[in-house]
Design a protein around this ligand. Structure first.
Ligand SMILES: *Cc1c(COP(=O)(O)O)cnc(C)c1O
Length: 711
């Protein structure tokens, strides 16, 4: 409490609980908690981008004093605070009760990115949201887990579209003091700083913490005085472009991250590596055992038995490969502490298909970890094929890479109005037991009109938000009028609306629907049954091909030929994603198969009653059931892929989707359409939730690995 008093000097004693709640991201997936903060001052809440920590610090003391005497406010405050305290009471997931103790974190989870909330810019895209949703669900399910990642002070790269449609980037440094993160302090009240072992010249990291419900997330930060400038910038931003700096990032995350847990006295029994970036954490565990007197092979066996590795992409650039000389520079001495010859060590990271290319992080961790998985059924197959030569003589279908399909954290991604509707028809306990498939059958009890009205309300809210953004740019930056149009000012809520938003990387083929502009134009500007498309997404600052695709879309969107029915909304991030996945009529996805390991944004849409139109890749391969949306792309061959896929999309719109949507005229509900919406909700809610995902990890891997732990 003293700490909270110091942190929020303006808070009256009666409201100290607000400070407690502001410091735990629990509020981010509990709408009632957000309402308490918002009701203090709507304007401040909005201006501080829904960040309660910042809102509390900026509110005048008089307003807080007034709230402390307002019975209406206090009623809500007391209730929510009691719910928060109840949530934090210690418990242990029943599925783990025989293999785990209640008070020790059994599982250490490492990831280079976490997508938790827009006030914490520690993500680039899907991988980050997956990790964020994963730890939120572990908190809900009382899985004893501790998470480790990076604090990227320059995490946010803002996107602005130039007059010529080209993407420009601006850095927006994180204000550490106003973000919902805390310094981890030692007994003297100083921030904990840890030296990364065995790396010379030394690298130091300071430690921050975010409480994600019951799960602590420790964040490493190298931007401290004691480091020389080159070291200070290690954690500046996600995935450094320079190869040596990238290697140093991964050393800091894996080896430094383990050292931080050790330093803080956080015991864990098993390790889960979310993608290969943190794979050196596994080495550090081996070194620990070798130091305690085991041989390398014994240590390798025990560590392997207790390590889970999830691979997340078939895209080659997603797998880091470091030149051998560079590895030598950092690992020559480290190897001897493992009792290994340097060459033997390097061999552990060789990809048999390209042995000269360097030390492949994914090959390394696939060899070393005992529990391996891809992130959808299809991706499991793709990964077994891709990596089969690591297991010479083993048939492809026997390659030991299993799968756990990704899922989305339902409380985070269900829209609050939709949540209320579900409370009414699925029963007040539905959220607590949302992995019970029978609950989802009750979706059929929602009256069509109520569901449709809720959807329309969300669509209008989305379009309002887009116009408001455009208006701000018009006022603040005197934006070129044609960019105002492409920004979405002419969108119409009665029109069938397609959403396409994700990172602008080439394999995602954002411009595929523009393949035949004449054919598309007919659909866009049809007098009676038009369609409109909302695009959003960022290209990586170094990805020129991605930026060219984006530029093409912006320039088509501002062309009067297409009637303002294509919009590109700048600066896609968590906040706008929420509006978009809740408010469009169809979610479109057309990556080049088999590149999409899973994809999760379509699950967020489907959960909220937005059907998917997607190529049969990633999760849609197992999610599509003929009644919850539309699928294409099975018949295409490699050489004419873009054309056949684009044609399949046009045909679906012309023959199925548009007639169905407008079946009963522009302002009426089409019953058949609503039944597709309902089927989407049922399938996504029951089978593609983070809850189902975490339970799969527990039953497939965690229980087995925990049985093998040493103490
Ligand atoms: C869910 C989400 C993603 C992931 O998108 P996919 O392309 O479907 O994997 C990316 N960015 C944001 C902001 C998200 O919310």
């Amino acid at each position: 409490m003293e700490r909270i008093r110091k942190e929020f000097p303006n808070l009256p004693d009666r409201l100290l609980g607000l400070g407690e709640m502001a410091e735990n991201l629990w509020w981010s997936w509990h709408p009632a908690a957000r309402m308490v903060f918002k009701s203090l001052n709507r304007q401040a809440w909005k201006e501080n981008l829904h960040n309660p920590d910042k809102t509390l610090k900026e509110l005048p003391p008089e307003r807080l004093a007034e709230a402390a005497k307002d019975p209406d406010f206090l009623r809500h405050y007391d209730l929510v605070l009691s719910q928060f305290h109840k949530y934090l009471e210690k418990g242990l997931c029943s599925m783990l009760s025989t293999v785990c103790e209640r008070d020790t974190p059994g599982i250490a989870y490492f990831s280079a990115e976490y997508g938790l909330h827009h006030s914490l810019p520690f993500y680039a895209g899907g991988l980050g949201f997956l990790a964020g949703d994963f730890i939120k669900e572990c908190s809900d399910l009382q899985v004893p887990l501790v998470a480790v990642g990076f604090m990227y002070p320059e995490g946010y790269v803002l996107q602005r579209i130039r007059e010529d449609g080209w993407q420009e980037n601006f850095d927006q440094p994180l204000d550490r003091e106003a973000a919902p993160i805390n310094r981890v302090l030692d007994t003297n009240g100083e921030q904990v700083v840890v030296k990364v072992p065995f790396i010379e010249p030394p690298i130091y990291v300071s430690v921050w913490k975010v409480d994600v419900g019951r799960v602590p997330l420790y964040l490493l930060d190298t931007d401290i005085e004691i480091n020389d400038p080159w070291n200070r910038s290690i954690s500046s931003r996600l995935y450094a472009g320079d190869i040596e700096q990238r290697l140093r990032q991964e050393i800091v995350l894996g080896i430094g991250g383990m050292e931080v847990l050790e330093h803080l006295g956080i015991k864990h029994s098993i390790l889960h590596l979310n993608e290969g970036h943190a794979a050196f954490a596994l080495l550090e565990r081996i070194r620990d055992k070798v130091e305690a007197g085991h041989s390398f092979d014994e240590a390798r066996q025990t560590v392997g038995d207790t390590t889970i590795f999830s691979t997340h992409t078939p895209v080659k650039a997603g797998h880091d490969v470091f030149p051998f000389e560079l590895m030598g520079k950092y690992f020559q001495d480290y190897c001897s502490t493992l009792g290994l010859q340097h060459d033997t060590f390097l061999q552990l990271g060789v990809h048999p298909d390209e042995p000269q290319s360097g030390f492949n992080m994914t090959a390394f961790v696939l060899r070393m970890a005992g529990h391996l998985n891809g992130v959808s059924r299809r991706h499991g197959e793709v990964a077994r094929k891709m990596w089969k030569n690591l297991w010479p003589g083993v048939d492809e279908d026997k390659v030991p890479i299993d799968y756990v399909t990704n899922g989305v954290h339902v409380p985070t991604w269900i829209e609050p109005k939709m949540l209320l509707l579900f409370n009414k028809y699925l029963g007040p306990d539905w959220l607590d037991e949302h992995n019970n498939p029978y609950i989802w059958e009750l979706v059929d009890e929602i009256p069509d009109k109520e569901l449709w009205d809720t959807h329309m309300w969300l669509k209008i809210k989305l379009i309002d938000a887009i116009r408001e953004r455009a208006r701000r740019r018009w006022i603040d930056d005197r934006l070129n009028p044609s960019l105002m149009m492409s920004g979405g000012t002419l969108l119409d809520p009665t029109v069938l609306t397609i959403g396409f938003a994700r990172r602008f990387t080439t394999y995602k083929r954002a411009d595929l629907i523009l393949y035949d502009m004449e054919r598309l134009k007919k659909l866009l500007i049809d007098r009676w049954q038009p369609i409109q498309i909302i695009f959003a997404g960022k290209a990586h600052p170094a990805d020129d091909p991605g930026k060219r695709i984006l530029q093409r879309i912006v320039n088509v969107a501002r062309d009067p030929e297409y009637g303002g029915r294509i919009a590109f909304v700048e600066d896609y991030g968590e906040q706008f994603a929420q509006y978009l996945v809740h408010g469009v009529d169809i979610w479109l996805n057309n990556p080049l198969p088999p590149m999409e390991a899973c994809g999760t944004s379509g699950m967020k849409a489907g959960l909220n009653g937005v059907p998917n139109l997607s190529i049969l890749d990633g999760w849609w391969h197992e999610g599509y059931d003929g009644r919850n949306g539309w699928a294409f792309g099975e018949e295409s061959t490699e050489s004419n892929r873009d054309r056949t896929d684009a044609e399949a999309i046009y045909r679906l719109f012309e023959e199925k989707i548009i007639p169905l949507f407008y079946q009963s005229g522009n302002h009426e509900i089409s019953q058949e359409w609503v039944s597709i919406m309902k089927e989407s909700m049922k399938i996504c809610g029951s089978r593609f939730s983070a809850r189902r995902m975490v339970i799969d990890y527990i039953t497939k891997f965690y229980v087995k690995a925990l049985q093998k732990r040493e103490t």
